[in-house]
Design a protein around this ligand. Sequence first.
Ligand code: NAD
Ligand code: ZN
Ligand code: ZN
Length: 393
Amino acid sequence: MRALTWHGTRDVRVETVPDPVIQEPTDAIIKVTSSGLCGSDLHLYEVLGPFMTEGDILGHEPIGIVEDVGSAVDLKVGDRVVVPFQIACGSCEMCDLGLQTQCETTQVRDQGMGAALYGYTKLYGSVPGAQAEYLRVPRADYNPIKVPDGPADDRFLYLSDVLPTAWQAVEYAAIPAGGSVVVLGAGPIGDMACRIAAHRGHHVIAVDLVPERLARVRKFGAETIDLRDLEGHEVADMIRNVTEGRGPDAVIDAVGMEAHGSPSATVAQRLAAMLPDRIAERMMHTAGVDRLASLHAAVDIVRRGGTISIVGVYGGAADPMPMLTMFDKQVQLRMGQANVRRWVDDILPFLTDDDPLGVDSFASHRMPLEDAPYAYEIFQAKKDGACKIVFSL
Ligand code: NAD
Ligand code: ZN
Ligand code: ZN
């Protein structure tokens, strides 16, 4: 089959690799029909190289058709399914708590990490990813979400990641009824979080530095601040001006660690590449405060006693944070990868023909998988209006 494979920093290639096969009775194979490109893939593209192995297949946002099933799987060949980006068992204590990201059955113990993820380095189990024609789905007795035939893939594709991730970001933000939220980062995740929060009637202010992305969220009722227009003003001051002087009830950090090739990230990566894995892991944090720029801004912006919901991925093992201010402001912090299955039933009622969250037109670009290296390039550089890119297979 054809698949997108990792070969080094900013070096991904579409290659022919062996087709996946059923290995366990709980496996399924799906023929992928659409697969998303995610901000999380950019971390692999740019910063997390030391945790990758050459030839790893990337991607974790697939929808497709069941091609083959193991004996313990209820799905039928021909079923249309979305596959969550994490692999959970659905029956351990953590899964029962709705913490599928912490699944005790699939957690990657030797790396001290949570549930296994598709296409996400040896830290998360080295599971082959979904930017490929076929995907082996472990624990297919629990994870795949069966969706109806009929609507285009875009209607359901984002259940794999963007929708539950943005949904959880808003839930974790604990915004009071009619309250305010600032969303830092208007990439696909921040964009969808804005849409969900606005739909719930909150006052939403999105902050980014890519005008096309800010224009997208304005259509869904968010106010926007373009960081490039600040001309020496502090973003926190601007936001306090429009939130009764206090700051918003919540801030969602949908940026995460620097994914855009900052000099410090590049230095950290070069250092980490020379070290054994466990030490490299600890090394990755030394890049300094600018890797945490967005999180520092969130602490500054949020009102006293407000909540910061961190949905952007941070990978440093010992990143410094302003504990004095956080403690004094009584900031509440929630974070983590989305527990996908936990939110699916809440989200499905929004995936209808009237499309209140705009999923049908959410993709800024659709391309054949063969163009994936170009897609990574423009998504990373935020060129040509690239926001959500979906591969057609
Ligand atoms: P993305 O990386 O393109 O989005 C980041 C956005 O932040 C960009 O639009 C960028 O211009 C903007 N930005 C950069 N620096 C900024 C700053 N200082 N202030 C404000 N905005 C700034 O893509 P994405 O897919 O939206 O991903 C966003 C983050 O969410 C990534 O870190 C990704 O790994 C993470 N993510 C987390 C989960 C989860 O389960 N928690 C799932 C998917 C993605
Ligand atoms: Zn993703
Ligand atoms: Zn579990």
